[in-house]
Design a protein around this ligand. Structure first.
Ligand code: ZN
Length: 646
């Protein structure tokens, strides 16, 4: 469905308002219009996986007044299986004129979008070959939730333009391709011939623009690996606003290139935002590692797209909002440099790009702007009780680009991973290592988990199981009391979807309030009912859970003031110990959370001690000699002892 220019102006005006007010979610929602498209597990035909693409050379003719395309694409590849046929995808609206394998013309058979060239002699594993497909046609423009996939022709302020959008399965709409996430193409040469007066923008660096007979051939070269859905072309009577940015702590500089089409209104109003692009490249390079395509450029092609698309080294944008620029730029690391291995892991792209907006707001607009964004992001996630970040694509079709789960919950998980680090340099070291280890390649959720576990030096199974593979969020209720300067808090956790995750284990901040000032304490919440005791001289008036919005959670505020709440008396008879005698370990249950447990031998030597914030604990026994031991249980109300046998 072609976009109406009046519709575009409406969003454009919103864009200006938001630059001033930093409205956090409007622009993210634009890209989320991709949501609910259908993912499939792999390429359209398994025979496409019989070869590994090395490079592509496009030679296309295009214009700005229709989506009609003609030309050819050369695919240089290597057989990874013995091949008796070369199979590729091209939409049925596009006609194949002829095809050559290694320069020899061969017929092409079509079954829907799957095109097959039977080879006169089989290609054995390891054989390099080239396939050249000549084709033409008027590609489809499939509107998916107003997000046009394929090739779009549009008019804005009287300016005609044509632009491509291949994410997730639209590459086949306009070029003969293999739509595989894992077969990253080592390099792409994009030659596009357009009528004089027009410019064609694409990935990588512009090598030349040669005018002949009323036409200009633009030749772009992307020398970094690229996945099929990031290859793009935009054609319009573009103006070029380019400048060089300089990398921090380096003498290196890089081209920032903007192809824009509306010089009278757009450029004066947006020049400052375009100038922010270089500043942002530096900012994100400091956080994630050097911009991955730094030997080329970063740029934007402006179109009527309702949002943005992270085409490698040349994002397509519908407007020049800096938050949208930050989102698509973050994708250059997350999605483009490190491409998710399967659609189930799309959060590794969209979750991080959403969090890129948060990082931008936090750094350039302050903590309050980031907090507002985060609140809206979290509220979006918790608008429903369940849903997984990791899309289940074990069936052949699954929803991808779900705005609530892949974007918002994905972004929330990145924030919680940062909270778990409790140390920003450690958190960003994980992101940098992930970028380095999987540079120009693919990664999945387990790859990220492995790097984070290693650098955090802790097992992250629970974290990933509950937030990425599991559903729901914790809900807190509680009560409090204060006696003689000691604060007693009883915290109760239920979850929004107990059938999936009955208990979330997480660090948690509690804010204690008083007229004399507030304080924030941090606990480790690992029980459905947990007692917290803390000494605090201020006169407490209440407490709130997760005051800085670090985790996805809901809580009852205000929490109940329960004057009967204090540390319960220890009743030794209620404590359960088994086995007793024990050879390996004593399991101790029915503990009042907050108790101090100390193990003594009969000579009064303290062998082991722990403050237990849970209702049960396991005490190792195997290293002690057989005999009788004393377990002393202590809290503010007194102490009791239990005899243990080894
Ligand atoms: Zn995105």
């Amino acid at each position: 469905m072609p976009l109406k220019s009046t519709f575009f102006i409406f969003f454009f005006a919103l864009g200006f308002a938001a630059v001033a007010q930093t409205n956090p979610v409007i622009f993210r929602q634009k890209e989320q219009k991709k949501l609910q498209q259908l993912a499939r597990v792999t390429v359209a035909s398994p025979l496409e996986d019989n070869y590994d693409i090395k490079n592509l050379r496009f030679n296309l003719s295009m214009s700005n007044n229709s989506t009609y395309i003609s030309g050819d694409v050369v695919t240089n590849a290597v057989a990874v299986q013995n091949m008796s046929a070369y199979v590729f995808e091209l939409d049925t609206l596009m006609a194949v004129d002829s095809a050559k394998i290694n320069g020899v013309s061969l017929p092409v058979a079509s079954t829907g979008v799957v095109r097959t060239i039977a080879l006169p002699a089989a290609l054995s594993v390891g054989t390099a070959f080239s396939a050249q497909v000549f084709y033409h046609g008027t590609p489809q423009n499939a509107a998916v939730n107003n997000y046009s996939i394929g090739v779009t022709h549009d008019i804005s302020n009287g300016v005609e333009m044509v632009y491509t959008m291949s994410d997730p399965y639209g590459a086949k709409d306009w070029w003969p391709c293999k739509q595989s996430l894992q077969d990253k193409i080592d390099s792409v040469e994009m030659m596009v011939t357009v009528p004089a007066g027009l410019k064609a923008g694409s990935n990588g660096l512009l090598q030349s623009s040669n005018a002949t007979g009323g036409f200009v051939q633009y030749r772009w070269k992307e020398k970094y690996p690229i996945v099929y859905y990031l290859i793009s072309v935009s054609v319009a009577p573009y103006k070029d606003y380019s400048y060089f940015m300089h990398f921090n702590n380096s003498s290196d500089s890089m081209l920032i290139q903007n192809y824009y089409y509306d010089s009278t209104a757009f450029f004066p109003a947006n020049k400052a935002n375009l100038d922010s692009t270089g500043v942002l490249i530096n900012y994100f390079s400091d956080l994630f590692g050097r911009y991955p395509f730094y030997q080329e450029k970063y740029g934007h092609c402006f179109t009527t797209l309702q949002g943005g698309m992270e085409h490698q080294s040349m994002s397509t944008l519908g407007f020049a909002d800096v938050q949208l620029i930050a989102h698509e730029m973050t994708h250059q690391w997350f999605g483009d440099n490190v491409t998710f291995e399967g659609w189930a892991d799309a959060w590794l792209s969209e979750g991080f790009a959403t969090y890129g907006e948060h990082l931008y707001l936090e750094h350039f607009h302050g903590a309050a702007a980031a907090a507002t964004f985060r609140q809206q992001m979290f509220a979006q996630v918790m608008a429903a009780i369940g849903g997984r970040v990791h899309v289940d694509d074990s069936s052949s079709f699954a929803p991808i680009f779900d705005s609530r789960l892949v974007y918002a919950k994905g972004g929330a998980v990145v924030h919680m991973l940062r909270f778990l680090a409790d140390n920003d340099s450690l958190f960003f070291a994980v992101l940098k290592t992930y970028q380095q280890q999987h540079a120009y390649g693919n990664a999945n959720t387990e790859d990220l988990k492995q790097i984070a576990s290693q650098l955090y030096n802790r097992n992250l199974d629970t974290f990933f199981n509950q937030w990425i593979y599991g559903e729901g969020y914790p809900k807190y209720a509680g009560s409090w009391n204060q006696q003689n300067g000691v604060v007693y808090i009883q915290l109760n956790q239920t979850t929004s979807k107990p059938a999936s995750i009955p208990l979330f284990v997480t660090p948690l901040e509690l804010k204690l309030s008083s007229a004399q000032g507030d304080t924030v304490i941090k606990i480790y919440n690992n029980a459905a009912t947990q007692m917290v005791t803390v000494n605090w001289p201020n006169t407490m008036t209440g407490f709130t859970v997760d005051p800085n919005n670090w985790i996805l959670d809901r809580s009852n505020t205000p929490m109940k003031h329960d004057i009967s709440l204090s540390v319960p008396e220890i009743k030794a008879a209620q404590i359960k110990v088994y086995p007793n005698p024990a050879s390996d370990a004593w399991q101790v249950e029915n503990i009042v959370p907050g108790m101090q447990l100390s193990l003594f031998d009969m000579q009064g030597r303290k062998l082991w001690e722990a403050k237990v914030n849970n209702t049960m604990v396991s005490i190792p026994a195997h290293q002690y000699a057989p005999g009788v031991y004393l377990l002393k249980l202590t809290n503010e109300k007194g102490s009791e002892a239990i005899q243990l046998q080894r």
